[in-house]
Write a protein that binds this ligand. Structure first.
Ligand code: PGA
Length: 239
């Protein structure tokens, strides 16, 4: 049985005051006994304080990125050990904004994945095609390539200890969500590949303009185990 996971990716938003009010709004709305796991991924400077705000709430803390190196002269970078040290359990790797805006390629994403697991963090590996790739019928090949690049380095056992988020780039922050059927199609492809390798139980999240109004239909698809939510995660009620 795969436990649903709903993750909030705050991206580069927030302040100490805004975060405190967002977290307290969320905790007020949380219904005990609901079976979904909840994860919040604030920007680096707010990790510790958000962790404190979440203490004993059952809500998990994660980071939005991690350095592939373990320590040393890497100005501006944050290691997996540091994330672990401040209370993270999860970390996003390969988010499309990292891939597109910061030049992170498959090989680096795979190294980040390995670095995260080296500190017992759970990587949330993000994959997804651009609009151009979708229109060029390349969705399957792009998403498969992104998955295989990690699988080749880590092996399937490691992938079994991760979460995968399918986030079509054209749906991120655009208000243009994939239809439940489009999401399911790619999730089924990912599930098939993972199952063939012996890791059928990996949780697969959908991300890209998820909000209250479309969450139920997306999360109702058989291979969608929850969501990675950007914009809507900044509003407690919506999230
Ligand atoms: P969005 O972002 O929900 O604002 O589309 C999702 C993401 O980038 O993880």
């Amino acid at each position: 049985m795969r436990q649903p996971l709903v993750a909030g990716n705050w991206k580069m938003h927030g302040s100490r005051a805004e975060n405190a009010s967002l977290v307290s709004g969320l905790l007020d709305l949380l219904q005990p006994g609901k079976r979904a796991e909840i994860l919040l991924c604030p920007p680096f400077p707010y990790l510790m304080e958000t962790g404190r705000l979440l203490k004993d709430s059952g809500v998990a803390l994660g980071a939005q990125s991690v350095c592939a190196e373990s320590q040393g002269a890497f100005t501006g970078e944050v290691s997996a050990a540091m994330l672990k040290d401040v209370g993270c359990r999860y970390v996003l790797v390969g988010h499309s904004e990292r891939r597109q805006l910061f030049g992170e390629r498959d090989a680096l994403v795979a190294r980040k994945f390995v670095a995260a697991q080296g500190q017992a963090l759970v990587p949330v590996l993000c994959v997804g095609e651009t609009l151009e790739e979708r229109e060029g019928d390349q969705t399957t090949s792009v998403v498969s390539r992104q998955l295989e690049a990690v699988l080749a380095v880590t092996g399937v056992q490691a992938l079994a200890r991760a979460v995968i988020a399918y986030e079509p780039v054209w749906a991120i922050g655009t208000g243009r969500t994939a239809s439940p059927e489009q999401a399911q199609e790619v999730h089924a492809l990912l599930r098939g590949r993972l199952a063939a390798a012996g890791a059928a139980d990996v949780r697969l999240l959908y991300g890209g303009s998820v909000k209250a109004a479309n969450a139920a239909s997306l999360f109702g698809m058989p291979d969608v185990d929850g969501g990675l939510v950007g914009g809507a995660s900044l509003d407690a009620r919506e999230f």
